[in-house]
Design a protein around this ligand. Structure first.
Ligand code: UDP
Length: 497
């Protein structure tokens, strides 16, 4: 073999939004560390995302410590002020798919990631599970494709079983059928109700048909991939995992929680003094984190504050925001609220704190007394702050797993797709919180805050701490996620040309 054919080279291609970019950058770092630099990693993303990663997460500086790592960027063709998410998510997805397909083909065909002479040829593509075309491009060019799943395993299972639900007449369902138990879900029979299925299973959902078609294709897509990677851990989804393994041919690498796994690997490196001491939290934020909230949290007693954030995509109406703020203020507990720019429809943006002028005076007084509002927060650090006692969340998978690892109970207000499944798992399977799906009511929220922060605090905390311990064991030396990462690295190394 000549020099060029001796190093494995993976191209990592995330959906360019906060959650997947964050977790796939952590995946990249884990592979670099576990392979001791033997695998070259190219991270493909949009110029828009890359610019923000450099600005807010100092990505260029942090990743310069890995000689085998590089970013390759491409323009997504959208105007600079496009939100690239929320209700414009599909516009962003279509734009990115349109531009990236010919680019990926070119990169694979020419066996070159960035047209630099010192690159090794690409030997494997790790793509976000949403990019259906990736496996076709891989087959065309003889390059193995591994899909990275940004959702939980339970949700993937729901997706794979969709044809069964349709056959049984359980999907699509009408509003008044939402509370009926799903009986055709092997492995977790009876746990989910119809309203816990992804939103596109509802008959009144406008994108129902398109989405169902897309999801049905998923099974074929995954059957053709070399493997799947999950940001979860064996003990969290054990019964389901053995069920899927027994019934499907997928080669699955369960290597999460990625943020904890990375932290563990960095600490191991630090112990050998092979690198400078790592910072405790590796931020991959594409917004500016407002760290003033940490000082605010420092002033409050242990487990006395509820952290509220709906991730990077969800948008609220002004009425929903006001209803939630009423519930929080009435509960009497302190709260830290992340109000992302342009996340409240119908409300003037945060520039010059204009939102202050748009909510009723009495409510504003309560918010100023008990609350603290930021545009973006260092979430991992916040969830691990001693004064946090609960998390009011949209049940995005990254937020959920970050909360589980920190042992923080949740109140779930899921918005769409996998979030509706996850919130049910939180409340009825892991029993680490409450699910308020399909309601936006100040009294319900007020009562749930009291339950999570006070009345049922011990029960939720006990369950949350037990899961947090299992998560920790999974990433320790010889833990299940640690072993699975080693196997993933071996598989990638075997793809050398
Ligand atoms: N996040 C953050 N600061 C915030 C809100 C969110 O750093 O103020 C991060 C959070 O830690 C998580 C990601 O953004 O890693 C959100 O991903 P998730 O899957 O929870 O939701 P999505 O944004 O994809 O809906």
């Amino acid at each position: 073999m000549d020099q060029q054919s001796q190093k494995a080279h993976i191209l990592i291609f995330p959906l360019p939004i906060q959650g997947p970019v964050n977790s796939m950058l952590k995946l990249a770092e884990l592979i670099l560390i576990a392979s001791q630099g033997q695998i070259q990693v190219t991270f493909l993303t949009t110029i828009h995302t890359h610019t923000r990663l450099n600005l807010h997460a100092k990505a260029a500086t942090r990743f310069s410590g890995y000689p085998s790592f590089s970013f390759v960027t491409f323009p997504d063709g959208l105007p600079e002020d496009h939100p690239r998410g929320g209700d414009k998510f599909m516009e962003m997805l279509n734009a990115v798919e349109g531009v990236s397909q010919p680019l990926l083909r070119d990169m694979m065909l020419n066996n070159n990631s960035s047209h630099k002479n010192d690159d090794y040829p690409i030997t494997c593509l790790i793509s976000d599970g949403l990019f259906h075309f990736a496996v076709d491009l891989g087959k065309e060019n003889g390059i193995p494709v591994i899909y990275f799943e940004t959702m939980s395993l339970s949700c993937l299972w729901v997706y794979l079983c969709l044809p069964k639900f349709i056959e049984a007449g359980e999907v699509p369902f009408q509003e008044n059928e939402g509370m009926e138990a799903i009986l055709t879900l092997p492995g977790i029979r009876g746990l989910l109700r119809r309203c816990d299925l992804p939103d596109f299973c509802r008959a009144n959902n406008s994108s129902s048909e398109t989405m169902i078609q897309r999801i049905i294709e998923l099974e074929k897509q995954y059957n053709r991939a070399s493997a799947l990677i999950f940001n979860t851990f064996e003990d969290l989804e054990a019964p389901l995992l053995s069920y899927i393994r027994a019934h499907h041919p997928y080669n699955m690498y369960v290597i999460g929680p990625l943020h904890l796994h990375l932290k563990e690997k960095l600490l191991e490196l630090e112990a050998t003094k092979a690198t400078p001491p790592p910072s405790t939290y590796c931020s991959n934020s594409i917004w500016r984190e407002d760290n003033s909230c940490i000082e605010w949290l420092n002033r409050h007693p242990r487990r006395s504050v509820i952290y509220c954030s709906f991730g990077s995509q969800v948008t609220l109406s002004k009425e929903q925001l006001i209803e939630f703020w009423h519930g929080l203020v009435n509960s009497g507990f302190r709260f830290l609220w992340v109000k992302r720019p342009r996340s409240v429809i119908g409300m003037e943006d945060d520039v010059h704190n204009k939102w202050h002028e748009q909510i009723p005076d009495k409510l504003l007084k309560g918010v100023m007394k008990n609350g603290y509002v930021v545009t973006w927060a260092p979430q991992e650090e916040i969830l691990n702050h001693p004064s946090i006692g609960g998390f009011f969340t949209h049940s995005g998978w990254n937020s959920t797993i970050e909360s589980l690892v920190a042992g923080v109970p949740m109140i779930c207000w899921p918005h769409y797709v996998d979030q509706l499944v996850i919130s049910r798992y939180v409340s009825h399977f892991w029993k680490v919180g409450l699910d308020m799906k399909d309601s936006c009511d100040r009294v319900i929220l007020e009562n749930m805050v009291r339950d999570v922060m006070c009345k049922r605090k011990d029960e939720f905390l006990q369950n949350a701490n037990a899961l947090a311990n299992l998560a920790k064991q999974s990433v320790e030396n010889r833990g299940s996620s640690c072993r699975s990462l080693d196997m993933l690295v071996d598989e990638i190394m075997s793809f050398r040309l």
